[in-house]
Write a protein that binds this ligand. Structure first.
Ligand code: NAD
Length: 244
């Protein structure tokens, strides 16, 4: 039996996690907490913490997990470079799964994106488009960033130098180096991502559309069950799914 604590419990993802955990026989949700609750008072009772709160909270949560030698699954997105480093610095102390997206479909999209970029080569222009619900706080989505990082990695580019976040005004022709990243917000869209490979005469588009948060929640719970048996280290969903 894996004992878990869910953080961000009153949020959209937190509620999906609490509901989906009921379908896993090998889980006990010790407690589900939110803003203002004291994690340090309950952390001793769990094996794995699952965090879907806010990037401003996650570094403190990871520090507390490290102090108490508890594994953590992190679903929160929108980290600054400093916040991401602070999380990664605990990799030798505790097992951590950090994933911008826990769905099996999106992790398949990550794999397909790398393959397509390798096959199609540098003649194709690369653009990433994402759409999310009107309440999403960070942009671009963590998943869009991961997709753009994969594209930059294949082309041996540094993403911060080539990313083009939206376009406006008389900006001239597109350069072949740039990777466009565009965020659309509206309604109740759970999460759509498209990677476009455009050449003269043809275009390839890879699209994933999530229609339920349960897909992320079930993936995060699967990651927690896997993580409970791992040594300290920094893992992602590709490790959990055995895609590496
Ligand atoms: P949300 O705003 O509905 O929920 C966040 C919850 O966290 C809220 O209840 C808020 O009160 C709580 N919270 C904020 N600060 C806190 C703190 N200091 N301590 C404890 N709780 C705190 O947001 P959401 O849609 O549920 O998404 C949460 C996060 O998960 C976002 O960063 C989002 O981008 C990310 N997300 C990741 C995936 C994935 O697969 N990795 C999927 C969906 C969403």
């Amino acid at each position: 039996m894996t004992k878990i604590i869910i953080i961000g419990a009153k949020g959209r993802m937190g509620q999906a996690l609490v509901s989906c955990a009921k379908n896993f026989r090998d889980f006990e949700v010790v407690t589900a907490i939110g803003r203002g609750d004291d994690l340090s008072a309950v952390i001793g009772q769990c094996d794995v913490v699952i965090d879907f709160s806010s990037h401003t909270a996650t570094t403190g949560i990871v520090e507390l997990c490290a102090k108490n030698k508890k594994a953590i699954v992190i679903g929160t997105t929108g980290f600054s470079d400093a916040e991401k480093s602070a999380i990664e610095n605990q990799r030798s102390t505790i097992p951590i799964v950090l994933a911008s997206n826990f769905s099996t479909g999106v992790n398949t999209l990550f794999w397909l994106t790398r393959k397509a970029a390798e096959i199609l080569g540098t003649d194709f222009d690369l653009e990433v488009v994402e759409m999310h619900h009107r309440l999403k706080k960070d942009a671009p989505s963590g998943t869009a960033k991961s997709l753009a990082e994969i594209l930059a990695d294949v082309r041996k580019q540094q993403l911060e130098k080539v990313a083009r976040h939206g376009r406006v005004g008389i900006i001239g022709a597109r350069t072949s180096e740039e990777i466009g990243v565009h965020s659309i917000r509206g309604g109740d869209v759970v999460g759509d991502h498209t990677v476009i490979f455009a050449n003269v005469g043809e275009r390839v588009e890879l699209t994933h559309k999530a229609s339920s948060r349960d897909t992320f929640a079930n993936g995060a719970l699967r990651a927690a069950a896997w993580l409970a048996k791992q040594k300290p280290g920094l893992y992602d969903m590709q490790d959990v799914l055995g895609l590496k």
